[in-house]
Write a protein that binds this ligand. Structure first.
Ligand code: ATP
Ligand code: MG
Length: 563
């Protein structure tokens, strides 16, 4: 799919407490130019929660004529991969945002971070701790009890420097020593109880290879990277609020070129969805889904494959706004935004998901005609197409009932309906196989009703979609439901909450030829069915289509149903 440039809907100025701060800082000339950043760790694919942060950081830069850097927080080579670096860049672009030349990596700053760490050791602000991981954890204390000083806390600067250099030189195994900031083991804020700055990791880094045996922690790398890049507003999610004093502490102690400010906003949470890279990684690894881009995944790659347009995601993010208090957004809101965008943009087509054969007994054998169908009911500029009509057709199996209840107006013995763009037909007989299943309907058509209206003014209560038997094509259609069966799935035990009916594959569907023509990745509306998009698993012989979303919100009524 072609990259979609940032369009009018991304350039519009939004309003929220962070933008208010930015605006005030510009008005007070605290800054001449705003610089923000989006700082993903390349340890997984981006999800729709990240889209909120992307839209906020890139959006602010666009609206206030500033700059937004894409910075990879690549400080843990045991979990990070080039595949993730590549996918993150592709996904940010696909969402419609552009970092220009401002692509950075925390690893770009490893040398400088290391020098600053040595400076801290020399100033008595950092020490090498030989305690085990477990001892450090226990001695950190709790929310109600202070921590205990490490027995190694008062090492001389000389000894610390020697040990730190040997850590860097790779002399010690993983986990045997760390470098810690010397702050206060009794601080009420646990983040200030001598946080770890460096740990030993003998691992090959995607960018720095085997140069380093020690890697900086998030807390030590992040604020300093912000300062190096001249970030003015370092926007992150609320769980970092308690880290802000540490963020400021490092910036105060180090000879950094600037002192950025950190602001926190509420992360996006969605019903029926888990937005955690840890959980998403396990869903992929344990085979609960086909990959990071499985259309049931809340990843950007999954949403894209499912046929969700980037404009729908941007409009969703704009609608939910940016707040300071955590909340859970109804996934129905996202679905509303998807429908709204697709209804406006997608071409109309016909497909029969579960075909039932219809023979029009009074239509001459061997004859066909072409009928005209509109591509978009509200937009004549999208034109028309032709659909073949003949003696043998397919209709949707669920549009026939042998013994219909009172309000069923579709096909049943003796009932008359309209076939969209075609004729009125009347059902004469249902033919069954040996097991009693209906396999074919015998119908007649009224030639006077061409185009779908009866000259004598008689009405029908149903208009059905249909396809010609011969001139339609086979297709596989994949229907998706929520991946989790509960509105609030349990992240700690997510496997138990997986919806066993999240995927339904219809392998005998029929589609009109216009769907297969061209090579378009654009989603389409299949009349009466919903929005669909071609999947990458398609072959020249058989198209595979994903249902992006149904036409109406049936999900709220029957959870996990065929919505
Ligand atoms: P996760 O919590 O899903 O494992 P993460 O926070 O570890 O993700 P990062 O790569 O560190 O992932 O995230 C990059 C940026 O995206 C951070 O600034 C983070 O605050 C933001 N972010 C992550 N998840 C959300 C979310 N659900 N809503 C809004 N912003 C988010
Ligand atoms: Mg993170």
């Amino acid at each position: 799919m072609a990259l979609e440039p940032a369009t009018a809907d991304t350039a519009e100025v939004g309003s929220d407490f962070i933008r208010d701060i930015v605006q005030a800082d510009l008005a007070a000339q605290t800054y001449k130019r705003i610089v923000t950043r989006f700082p993903p760790e390349p340890n997984g694919y981006l999800h729709i929660g990240h889209a909120k942060s992307i839209a906020l950081n890139f959006g602010i830069a666009q609206e206030f004529a500033g700059q937004c850097n894409l910075r990879f927080d690549d400080t843990n080579p045991t979990k990070e991969e080039q595949e993730y670096i590549d996918s993150i860049q592709a996904d940010v672009r696909w969402l419609g945002f552009d970092w220009g030349t401002n692509l950075f990596y925390a690893s770009d700053y490893f040398d400088r971070l290391y020098e600053w760490a040595e400076g801290m050791i020399q100033a008595g602000l950092a020490y090498v701790d030989d305690q085990t991981h477990e001892q450090i954890r226990v001695n950190r204390g709790t929310l109600t009890e202070p921590g205990k000083n490490s027995p190694f806390r008062d090492r001389s600067a000389k000894e610390n420097l020697d040990l730190f250099r040997r850590m860097k030189a790779g002399e010690f195994p993983n986990g045997t020593r760390v470098l810690r900031a010397k702050i206060d083991m009794a601080s009420p804020n646990i983040n200030l109880r001598d946080p770890v700055m460096y740990r030993i990791l003998h691992a090959t880094h995607p960018r720095t290879g085997d140069k380093w045996s020690i890697y900086p922690s998030y807390d030590y790398a992040h604020g300093q990277s912000d300062a190096i890049e001249g970030i003015t507003h370092s926007v992150c999610t609320l769980e970092f609020e308690d880290h802000r004093p540490l963020y400021d502490w490092f910036l105060d102690k180090l000879p950094v070129p600037a002192h950025p400010h950190q602001y926190e906003f509420a992360r996006l949470n969605l019903t029926y969805t888990l937005l955690s890279k840890r959980v998403l990684t396990m869903l992929v690894r344990d085979g609960h889904v086909s990959g990071w881009d499985d259309p049931r995944m809340p990843t950007i790659a999954g949403l894209k494959r499912r046929g969700v347009p980037p404009a729908a995601i941007r409009s969703f993010i704009k609608r939910i706004g940016v707040a300071k208090a955590n909340s859970v957004v109804d996934v129905g809101m996202l679905e509303f935004c998807i429908r709204e965008e697709l209804n406006r943009t997608s071409l109309r087509r016909m497909a029969v998901l579960r075909p039932l054969k219809v023979v029009i007994e009074n239509y001459p054998e061997g004859q066909t005609e072409e009928l005209e169908a509109v591509n978009h009911p509200d937009d004549p500029s999208k034109g028309t197409r032709r659909i073949a009509f003949g003696r043998e057709l397919y209709v949707e199996r669920e549009d026939f009932m042998e013994n219909p209840p009172k309000k069923f107006f579709r096909l049943s013995p003796g009932a008359e309906v309209r076939l969209r763009y075609a004729y009125f037909i009347k059902c004469r007989e249902a033919i069954k196989d040996a097991s009693g299943e209906v396999v074919e309907l015998r119908c007649t058509y009224d030639p006077a009703t061409k185009g779908g209206n009866a000259p004598d003014g008689r009405k029908v209560k149903a208009t059905l979609h249909w396809l010609p038997a011969v001139q339609s094509l086979p297709a596989e259609i994949r229907l998706y439901n929520q991946l989790f069966a509960k509105p609030n799935p349990d992240a700690a035990n997510f496997a138990a909450d997986i919806n066993p009916e999240s995927l339904e594959v219809l392998s005998d569907a029929r589609i009109e030829p216009a769907i297969a023509q061209g090579n378009s990745d654009a989603p389409m509306q299949f009349e009466r069915q919903g929005y669909f998009v071609r999947d990458q698993d398609s072959t020249p012989a058989k198209l595979v289509l994903n249902r992006t979303i149904g036409l109406r919100d049936t999900f709220a009524k029957e959870v996990g149903g065929k919505g």
